[in-house]
Design a protein around this ligand. Structure first.
Ligand code: F6R
Length: 603
């Protein structure tokens, strides 16, 4: 969740570090800091707030040092404050550490260090690390790498970390266990970060560290016993520009047609009226042997999975469900060898989803990943699956990755259906619908002005209901999630029919309801839900691709009709716009909503 950047080379490090942190700010943004080594001493600067606050704290007084480490933080242990910001150093100010993850035995280690007379200066778990490394060096460790190894032997928990020794500024030591670390290979310089976003300005040649790996970086290269070969990442710095948009969320919402085009490229098979998902590594016989599909994910990835489960049941006629990955491993799940488990994650780093994958694999389950970030932990752990190719998603709220996930599930459901009883005519209809989907999303985006007007009208609401049935139910859940996270307006999603079993009591003129109304066999039921709300004085915003009676709702937002199975994707688009424009009307920090961070790598 926090961001890490490190540099060793021939250029002054500070600017490179600050620029790298700015790229990672979406990872966490309550405080930031850096340490640069020069003339055998560290210069450490830390600031509460954003990377710009750190930039201001550094000012013009930049160290000429050519090796440094930096961090942007999302607080876990200890409030956001300057003293809790990273890097943390040992008592002598020789060793500096930036760390992502959580050290579970930190309290015990802190108590031990305190008993030995070490004065701890922060409330963080991380601070034990520089003290432990310094102790190992004082105790005769032959190198910084050895000292880091020794220190890590006494910690329990997760880490992605970078260590700098003021007395050896020619090197950095990096280690990973559960939190991403990626090396960037430059020409006469080396970079390290928790995310390739911070590296692509300098290099596209990267090495992903696996859990348990430790490496030493110098300007000349890197050394580590078990490191894989470098890979070339398929993105560049321009992918992280706003490209004329006021914020990344807007950019990413409008990128959806292009993202879906990439997701679908080479995956539609018109001849056999099916989908091609070669990355699953499942032949038709294995596909036929699957008796159930279970999607696992958190937050929006879970809601995407719920839509996916509906699609699999509808098209392949096998049972399917979606589970909160965060609950999965703790409830001692029954793992069924005939179930296909699908781990869903934009970042590929969500610790709860990763842990569910590991639990499944321990119990002999077959799990594939549906992931956006190539090289991420979940993608590598699964070893098979589907990449979304949605491009970097920088805004904390997921939009284009969500739509891409659902589209990939439509492909999966089509594939599973076509090795069973789904007719070729039905398959062809879906293939054609999917082919037209990017354009239809483009048309759905044309509702933006209307949605903005609706948002202005209702953004002051204290709370909103989001309602839908069957195909519309998970769409409503995702819509409510978007509103909550970026506008801070409370929203609750309900299966529409459940409303009358209790929550209808909350309906009054101050409680708007967003009702998702697909043009399907439940249209008349959804219309009566709207009537029930209206009869109690509640305002209704209808999001629909159906013909609904004039004057039924207070506002109607229309999306194009395509194939009914693809309705959830199209009906979801105005809900993203609604959340976006409510957040704008309320002056929220759209890309970096309070308390949240992209990629949740702590439990
Ligand atoms: C919502 C959102 C989160 C993520 C969730 C899972 O807009 O972004 O709910 O969907 O934290 O993240 P990934 O998909 O990276 O596993």
């Amino acid at each position: 969740m926090c961001g890490i950047v490190g540099y060793v080379g021939n250029r002054p490090a500070t600017k490179i570090l600050v620029e790298g942190l700015a790229r990672l700010e979406y990872r966490g943004y309550d405080s930031a800091g850096l340490a640069v080594a020069h003339r055998k001493a560290l210069r450490t600067t830390r600031a509460v707030g954003r990377v710009d606050d750190l930039r201001a704290a550094v000012g013009d007084d930049e160290s000429p040092g050519r090796t440094g480490i930096a961090h942007t933080r999302w607080a876990t242990h200890g409030e956001p404050s300057e003293r809790n910001a990273h890097p943390h150093t040992d008592a002598a100010g020789r060793i500096a550490v930036v760390h992502n993850g959580i050290l579970e035995n930190a309290d015990e280690l802190r108590a031990k260090l305190a008993a030995e007379g070490v004065a701890l200066r922060s409330d963080t778990d991380t601070e034990v690390l520089p003290h432990l490394v310094a102790r190992a060096l004082d105790g005769g460790s032959p190198s910084l790498e050895e000292a880091v190894r020794e220190a890590l032997r006494s910690v329990e928990g997760t880490y992605g970390l970078v260590v700098l020794d003021a007395r050896h500024p020619e090197e950095l030591v990096v280690a990973r266990n559960g939190s991403p670390i990626v090396l960037g290979l430059g020409d006469g310089e080396m970079f390290v970060a928790s995310d390739v976003a911070a590296l692509v300005r300098h290099t596209r040649q990267v090495v992903f560290l696996a859990d348990g790996e430790i490496a030493t970086l110098t300007a000349a290269g890197y050394e580590g016993s078990r490191l894989g070969p470098p890979t070339t990442v398929d993105m560049d710095d321009a992918d992280f520009d706003l490209d004329g948009h006021p914020d990344f969320l807007s950019k990413e919402i409008y990128e959806q047609p292009a993202a879906l085009q990439r997701m679908l490229a080479g995956r539609l098979d018109a001849r056999f009226a099916t989908a091609r998902l070669d990355g699953l590594h499942l032949d038709p016989r294995e596909l036929r042997g699957i008796r159930r599909v279970t999607f696992l994910g958190c937050g929006s990835a879970l809601y995407a999975g719920q839509i996916g489960a509906g699609l699999v049941e509808e098209l392949a006629r096998i049972p399917a469900d979606a589970e909160q990955a965060s609950e999965f491993r703790y409830r001692n799940p029954l793992v069924d060898p005939e179930t296909l488990y699908v781990a869903v994650s934009q970042s590929g780093e969500t610790i709860d989803t990763l842990a569910a994958v590991e639990e499944l694999q321990r119990k002999g389950g077959r799990v594939v990943g549906v992931v956006n970030v190539i090289g991420s932990a979940i993608a590598r752990q699964c070893g098979a699956g589907t990449f979304l190719h949605a491009g970097p998603e920088v805004s904390v709220a997921s939009t284009k990755a969500f739509s891409s996930m659902v589209t990939s599930f439509a492909l999966l459901a089509l594939l599973l259906g076509r090795v069973r009883d789904l007719s070729s005519a039905h398959g062809s209809r879906l293939v054609e619908g999917l082919r037209r989907l990017p354009d239809a999303v483009e048309t759905a985006l044309e509702s933006a002005d209307e949605v903005e007007a609706v948002a202005r009208r209702y953004a002051d609401a204290r709370s909103m209901f989001y309602l839908g049935r069957v195909r519309g139910a998970a769409v409503a859940r995702e819509g409510a999630q978007k509103l909550k996270e970026i506008s801070y307006v409370h929203a609750e999603a309900y299966a529409a029919a459940e409303l009358k079993h209790g929550p209808l009591a909350l309906i009054d003129a101050a409680m708007p309801s967003v009702v998702v109304i697909p043009d399907d066999e439940l249209l008349s039921k959804n219309i009566s839900t709207v009537e029930q709300i209206k009869a109690r004085g509640g305002p209704v915003i209808a999001v629909t691709n159906a013909e609904i009676p004039d004057g039924l709702a207070d506002a109607v937002i229309r999306v194009p009709r395509l194939e009914p199975e693809l309705d959830p994707i199209l009906l979801g688009v105005p809900l993203q716009l609604l959340a976006y424009h409510c957040a704008r009307a309320l002056g929220r920090d759209i890309d970096k909503p309070r308390n949240l961070a992209k990629s949740v790598t702590v439990e």
